[in-house]
Design a protein around this ligand. Sequence first.
Ligand SMILES: Nc1ncnc2c1ncn2[C@@H]1O[C@H](COP(=O)(O)OP(=O)(O)O)[C@@H](O)[C@H]1O
Ligand SMILES: [Mg+2]
Length: 404
Amino acid sequence: MPVIEANNLTKRFGPLTAVDHVSFSVEEGEILGFLGPNGAGKTTTLNMLATLLRPTSGTATVNGHDILEESDAVRRSIGFVFQDPTLDIELTGHENLDFHGRLYGLKRDVRQQRIKEILKVVQLTDRADDLVKTYSGGMKRRLEIARGLLHYPKVLFLDEPTLGLDPQTRRAIWEHIQRLNQDENITIILTTHYTEEADYLCDRIQIIDFGKIVALDTPDKLKARLEGDIVSLVFKDSAAIPKIKPLLEKKGWVRRVDEVASDNNHAAMSRMMQAMRGMASGNMGGMMPSMSFGGAAGRSKIPKHMPQKIVQGIGGGNGENGRDGGQRRLNLLVDDGGHRIPEIVKLVDRTGAVLESVELHKPTLDDVFLSVTGRNIRDERGSFMETVRRYRIVREARGQHVRG
Ligand SMILES: Nc1ncnc2c1ncn2[C@@H]1O[C@H](COP(=O)(O)OP(=O)(O)O)[C@@H](O)[C@H]1O
Ligand SMILES: [Mg+2]
């Protein structure tokens, strides 16, 4: 019997359908990932499965318990690590776990035994009696995972487990997650917007976009959908793109051409930082709460009266603010890409456009996401407040009081 079976789970918030008829099942021992951009509906889906949020329609069973009829049994049978940090940083690691164990009604001796055991699993034994505020971002995350496992759940939900962590710490957390899955036989459902994370960790990936599951498969099979190589072209001036795109599309050996923001996590982060600095100096006035940008159809809703500096800071990567608005690139799916590069360069050259870089790679999950949704997974489309919230998580994860 599947550990989780979801049938047409749907959640509406007013006019917004955050999760739209989502159906899937999870087998025991699996690591299943929800991969999607900010605002795709990942947290909402997890919250419904964990009975923290009631579906508008549809239902699901978790460990054989109905999420609508048997919410207590569902909650007892799962562990949950939230996207937002929820540790009490003024308590020690041990105290945080002990508090949680009491909430779940674990008897004192069972509790102490289990805390010892689980601290060892996440390798925090020697820091257990230090205040959490002295922990690094990775240690905090590990403590939250330990807390989620305290009451012996067989299923663990991880909502963006490595959000904001640096690459090295992220990798260490991945290894912890893998070990839990393999050595402790914990079934794991995780969400992420990091394609590398989904690729590395998940047995199967569901790509979710605007509340809908748009693809479900193993990472390898998802990537195998794109046959060929990706040749990625960055131009000195993005204005050249509309002229060049149709010329490439005419070539028989070009399977598809996508225009995408030439962006990465680092660039997105520095835009966010820039925006925050603008806010700190009071530039944003009272317009923040209702603002959104890079919306559903990729159209920016940045108010006209917004100071130019901040507009660039937020919307830059979407290339919607003219020439200063971040670069765009053309991604081509090409048979035998390596051999076609000279021909591509020649074609571009004849139009008079100047190439800044040419890159060749095997299709990644980023390319898969682009091919099934038509957009770059890194294009920002959460609300502004969501972006601010995530920035706080990231800053918290990076931690000011890092030690050890
Ligand atoms: N309590 C809520 N009220 C109104 N809208 C919400 C609420 N929670 C989430 N949303 C909206 O639902 C959509 C999906 O959100 P969420 O599930 O948090 O996405 P993700 O976790 O994939 O980033 C977003 O547009 C978000 O703004
Ligand atoms: Mg989320």
